[in-house]
Design a protein around this ligand. Structure first.
Ligand SMILES: [Zn+2]
Length: 527
């Protein structure tokens, strides 16, 4: 056992040195390979050559800094050794002993769980404060007299000052509908469900509001999302049924609409593609409709195929199997079996990933080389998977946002790397962080895998540009706090399987592949 650890520690040294982690303060965390420049980090893949760490430091590094960083390196290696032993104990069924070690290594969260900023929802009007009761009574009088202003004004004030009063939102939406403001009613319910996403009555009202406006796809998506995010609510099954029913309604409606456009329809199948040479090209309304009718899975499938052809892919079977095994395991727990899940690895050393509709997930090789454990990588996969499972990308398609994206990023023969990473809303990111964390916890991984990855990303932001996919995400600090709160509130276990040893093995393999690619690129450059 001991020699194996030593070998691993040496390998980890090499890994740390090659990755340019913040351990080495003098080396910029900018990813290798940008602009074909290789940093001063040693890139020999042979671990034995990097055994002597201090000699590898750039000569101008002051001695004290050198000592500090090598002692920090020693700490990291020691912690890594402990985690590997903890994983071994865990897998041998010695959970208490494993947990003890995990606790020794893992620091408590820096942000203790805060008193919940958002007040608990109240259902009953008798629980309102005296001022709230006055608004509620005023509104009731307005409703009885069928007076628009007398109804809407107190209800608006009520919702603004007591957003925790669920009935207030519902009543305001009803009144808005009744007085001919259905769009505003939807806005009210969108806001309310964003504040209290677990309230089935609010979500149901939102779905009804969509249906009233013949927005069946939106209705279906909202219902599906609620069912997936709240699997333990008694009404979850009912929401799944609603989702299916409204999707059928949508399809029926679209088929009727498209019948009159049969010719346009045939052209769109091939023309956009042939004319622009890009994935989707500028699409007409009919094209979009056809695409939506074919459905989520089919859209993802065709884009994924093109993505695989356009992007350089990692072909190494061991790496592919590893990512696929993790991904499929997570996918099983999502509660959506209408997708064919696929996981692909793009030959690119930036920490990045994206998900296509229908469960096609792409991660960069850099996401493997820059994570420290299986739990962290699972966190990233689960986050992306969640975007797919919650139909976030598909929703962007239905809203037409994707089209702007497509034409912006891949006008002619460009690549799809940044295609889907960009436009998710804040709420979508939160949902993906929440479901992602739940998925890794449900699969027996340390529940803070995604959280730890976010911490790494935050470190990376300090040193320079954040990865592209982060720029539109909520601030990383907020996301870390949110995930930490989630873990604590739900009692998810962070002191369990990390998967360090196996991950290190795959990571070393990926680094070799990336270095090889780097060398080839350089050769081409010098030709
Ligand atoms: Zn995301």
């Amino acid at each position: 056992m001991k020699p194996a650890w030593n070998r691993l520690a040496i390998a980890l040294n090499a890994v740390l040195l090659v990755s340019g982690t913040p351990v080495l303060a003098s080396i910029s965390p900018t990813p290798l390979g940008k602009g074909g420049k290789v940093s001063s980090t040693p890139t020999q893949p042979n671990p034995s050559q990097t055994e002597n760490i201090p000699d590898r430091q750039p000569t101008e590094t002051p001695t004290f800094e050198l000592e500090a960083s090598s002692s920090r390196l020693a700490t990291i290696i020691e912690q890594r050794r402990k985690l590997i032993e903890a994983d071994r104990l865990h897998q041998a069924g010695q959970h208490a002993a494993a947990e003890k070690l995990y606790r020794e290594v893992k620091q408590p969260f820096t942000t203790p769980i805060e008193v919940k900023q958002r007040p608990e929802p109240i259902i009953d009007a008798t629980q309102l404060s005296p001022a709230g009761k006055v608004y509620w009574r005023e509104a009731a009088a307005g409703i009885a007299q069928n007076l628009q202003t007398k109804t809407l004004v107190p209800l608006r004030l009520l919702v603004e000052q007591y957003p925790q009063f669920i009935l207030g939102h519902l009543q305001l939406a009803t009144a808005l509908n009744k007085h001919g403001h259905p769009e505003e009613a939807i806005d009210v319910l969108e806001r309310a469900t964003s504040l209290y996403p677990n309230q089935p009555d609010l979500v149901k009202a939102k779905i009804e509001a969509f249906v009233a406006q013949k927005k069946w796809m939106e209705a279906s998506l909202a219902a599906r999302r609620f069912a997936i995010l709240n699997p333990n609510q008694p009404s979850a099954a009912e929401f799944t049924l609603l989702a299916d029913r409204h999707l059928e309604q949508y399809k029926r409606h679209m088929r009727r609409e498209l019948r009159g456009n049969a010719i346009a329809n045939v052209i769109t199948g091939v023309a956009g593609y042939a004319l622009t040479g890009s994935l989707l090209g500028p699409l007409s309304a009919v094209q979009t409709s056809t695409m939506l009718l074919r459905g989520e899975s089919s859209i993802g499938k065709s884009i994924a195929k093109d993505a695989r052809e356009q992007l350089p892919m990692v072909e190494d079977q061991m790496v592919i199997d590893y990512v696929n095994e993790l991904g499929q395991k997570l996918a099983k727990a999502t509660g959506r079996n209408d997708f064919q899940y696929e996981f692909h690895v793009v030959l690119d050393d930036n920490l990045n990933a994206f998900a296509l509709p229908g469960g096609k997930v792409f991660i960069n090789a850099g996401a493997i080389s820059k994570t420290e454990s299986e739990a962290e990588l699972a966190g990233l996969l689960a986050h992306e998977l969640s975007h797919a499972v919650l139909s976030h990308g598909f929703q962007l398609v239905t809203e037409g946002n994707l089209l702007a994206n497509v034409t912006q990023y891949i006008p002619y023969g460009g690549t799809v790397t940044n295609l889907f990473a960009m436009r998710y809303s804040r709420d979508m990111e939160r949902e993906a962080d929440a479901l992602g964390t739940r998925l890794i916890a449900a699969n027996g991984y340390a529940a803070d895998g995604l959280r730890d990855l976010l911490v790494t990303l935050k470190e990376q932001e300090k040193g320079g540009e954040p990865p592209a996919w982060l720029s539109s995400h909520p601030p990383t600090g907020d996301r870390i706090r949110y995930v930490e709160e989630l873990i604590q509130r739900n009692g998810y276990n962070r002191y369990t399987y990390e998967g360090v040893a196996r991950h290190a093995e795959i990571k070393a393999r990926v680094k070799k592949i990336l270095i090889h690619k780097e060398l080839i690129t350089k050769k081409k450059h010098h030709r």
